[in-house]
Design a protein around this ligand. Structure first.
Ligand SMILES: [Fe+2]
Length: 229
């Protein structure tokens, strides 16, 4: 349960400068010090300001009106909306990789355990690239798990531990959702003249996801392990 906010009175008392015992003594015994008799403030953080915070600096879903990057507000608004969808889905896929990294089981445990973590790291890199592109465009990047869960279009997996082929299928489904969106968003950005967003979507997100699909999908090709059929 959240703590009650400090009252104005107690906050004012806490923030008031205090004179230390040492400086009082110096001031009374030393003429030079007494001529410089200023209270020494007790430096301390001002806490609990979130409880009576003023209005947000910028609302989610808006873009700053004036930004000298050669793109109009409508273009930036459209790109930010698409990028936030891509961000929510990428955060979800990143976390799906970590879940599978921990929970994988079976004869391919070691290679999948390592592969899943490699892809997790690469998706983490994409998360930062997408989020910072949103901020560059004057938008607000979605960030917290609650908001990501509401926004993502990737189906929620169970909390349970699943077989390796099921894990792989879930990952491929998530990649597919992201890649389909990438094609649409890249075209939208290109048509609107937002070349930077087009570049992020194609060069970073699309290329990384395509490569990861290759590495993951080869694990569900049913080929003989020991004797050729
Ligand atoms: Fe690990």
């Amino acid at each position: 349960m959240a703590k009650a906010p400090a009252t104005k009175t107690s906050a004012a008392v806490a923030a008031a400068p205090k004179v230390s015992a040492a400086s009082k003594k110096a001031a009374s015994s030393d003429g030079q010090a007494s001529s410089n008799n200023r209270a020494t403030p007790m430096l301390q953080p001002v806490l609990n300001q979130q409880f009576d915070a003023p209005a947000a600096l910028q609302k989610f879903g808006t873009v700053s009106q004036r930004l000298p990057i050669g793109l109009d507000t409508d273009t930036r608004q459209q790109s930010v909306a698409n990028l936030n969808q891509l961000l929510a889905d990428t955060i979800t896929l990143r976390d799906l990789y970590k879940k599978h990294h921990w929970q994988v089981v079976g004869p391919t445990f070691y290679q999948l355990h390592l592969l899943y973590d490699k892809h997790y790291e690469e998706q983490s890199g994409l998360v930062d690239i997408i989020a910072e592109r949103i901020q560059i465009l004057g938008g607000v990047a979605v960030a917290m798990a609650h908001d990501v869960a509401e926004l993502t279009s990737i189906p929620r997996p169970p909390r349970d531990r699943e077989e390796a082929p099921v894990q792989v299928s879930r990952l491929l489904e998530a990649h597919q959702i992201i890649l389909k969106n990438c094609h649409e968003y890249a075209k939208t950005a290109a048509d609107a003249g937002d070349d930077g967003t087009n570049d992020v979507v194609v060069s970073d997100v699309m290329r990384t996801n395509e490569l990861q699909v290759w590495f993951v999908s080869e694990h569900v090709v049913d080929t003989p392990l020991v004797r050729a059929e």
